[in-house]
Ligand binder design. Structure first.
Ligand code: UT7
Length: 330
């Protein structure tokens, strides 16, 4: 019989070498360690230097995940790279495929901002459930430092760079217990990294638009309100689909945007603080990387153990949000 269930069998993570603490940011913008810590919980973040690349940190995270899953690069059928900040706008997944030597794998990028990892997890799962692929490498990676306005104190203190990866494998029992994904484009203007172009006449009567992407803009209060309302709702829905109660959740692994959001979501769901995984103090908001980065750390620290039930939820630009309930390991 074909294995059409899904198991998450490995994880890995990597961040750029340079870290930037809150104190260092006070030299760039009018802010303070006290403001950043109390409003967000963030103490430092990692930023990529010009020699580092998204592909390199994503590859490093992917190698660890493959090692944990006891897979060789040649075993991988599919690589999904969730990112909004590829090294190349045509995509970075194929470069990672080459760097890993995953010769058989098909590779592509997926863009869903900070929801990218959860959207990628569900996407990857479909290929396994339909029997098309057996071994999938899912990477969430972002280098938002490239796109932050370092003069804007409302955003530059929040973000950091990083990569996290997991391996999904076909398995007899299905460990992806439930999921739910949502989008609301009517709120698209709340968080953007927009392309700004001006018209250029190519030949008489034919005009095209050329420009560049502009730094991140965010209505922080709107996004905060959205997250605190929608994330508990979608976790509830995913738990319903999984036929589980909130008491059966062992670990809440949310997109690491703000400690206050983590606390408010846990509070609304009545999940005790000891079950909430948080590492944003060290990394800030690493967008698509934040969930696998937090997951990998918790697995390697021995907190998350085989069979533990994890409720993961991502939310962000789009607006998009999603939740996945899964058990760790085979
Ligand atoms: O990954 C995508 C998801 N993104 C998010 O989840 C972000 C969600 N939003 C948030 O986390 C919070 O809204 C922020 C952390 C972005 C802001 O916290 P807040 O409590 O909503 O602060 P605020 O925007 O209401 O600003 C309060 C004050 C303002 O000053 P006035 O107008 O009261 O005089 C800001 O100008 O704090 C000021 N402020 C700062 N002060 C010092 C804003 N940024 C800073 C700063 N340092 N870095």
């Amino acid at each position: 019989m074909q294995n059409l269930g899904i198991a998450i069998t490995g994880s890995g993570s990597a961040v750029p070498t340079t870290s930037l603490d809150n104190q260092a940011l006070t030299k760039l913008v009018d802010t303070s360690d006290e403001w950043i810590t109390t409003r967000t919980g963030i103490r430092q973040r990692h930023v990529a230097n010009p020699q580092e690349s998204l592909s390199a940190i994503a590859t490093a995270a992917a190698k660890q995940a493959l090692e944990m899953a006891l897979l060789k690069p040649e075993d991988v059928d599919l690589i999904v790279l969730a990112t909004s900040t590829p090294d190349d706008l045509f995509g970075s997944a194929c470069r990672i495929q080459a760097e890993l030597g995953a010769k058989r794998a098909v590779a592509f990028d997926l863009t869903a901002a900070c929801s990218g990892f959860v959207f990628g997890l569900v996407t990857a799962a479909q290929y396994i459930r339909t029997g098309v692929f057996q071994n999938v490498l899912l990477i969430g990676a972002d280098i938002l430092s490239r796109w932050v306005d370092w003069q804007d104190r409302r955003t530059c203190v929040l973000f950091g760079d990083g990569a996290g990866a997991v391996v999904l494998q076909a398995n007899q029992s299905d460990r992806l217990l439930g999921f739910e994904l949502k989008s609301d484009g009517t709120q698209n203007g709340s968080l953007n990294l927009p392309y700004n172009a001006s018209g250029r006449e190519l030949t008489p009567g034919i005009e095209i638009a050329q420009g560049t992407y502009q730094p991140i803009t965010m209505n922080g209060k709107e996004v905060y309100r959205f997250a605190v309302q929608k994330v508990p709702e979608i976790i509830d829905k995913a738990l319903f689909r999984a036929n589980l109660s909130v008491e059966q959740v062992d670990w809440l692994v949310l997109h690491q945007a703000n400690q206050r959001i983590l606390d408010a979501v846990a509070d609304r769901l009545k999940i005790p603080q000891q079950k909430v995984i948080s590492n944003l103090a060290c990394y800030g908001n690493t967008s698509a990387a934040s969930i696998p980065l937090a997951l990998d750390e918790a697995v390697r620290q021995g907190k998350i153990k085989p069979d533990d039930v994890i409720a993961a939820s991502g939310f962000g630009a789009g607006l998009t949000w999603g939740a996945a309930i899964f058990q760790w390991g085979r």
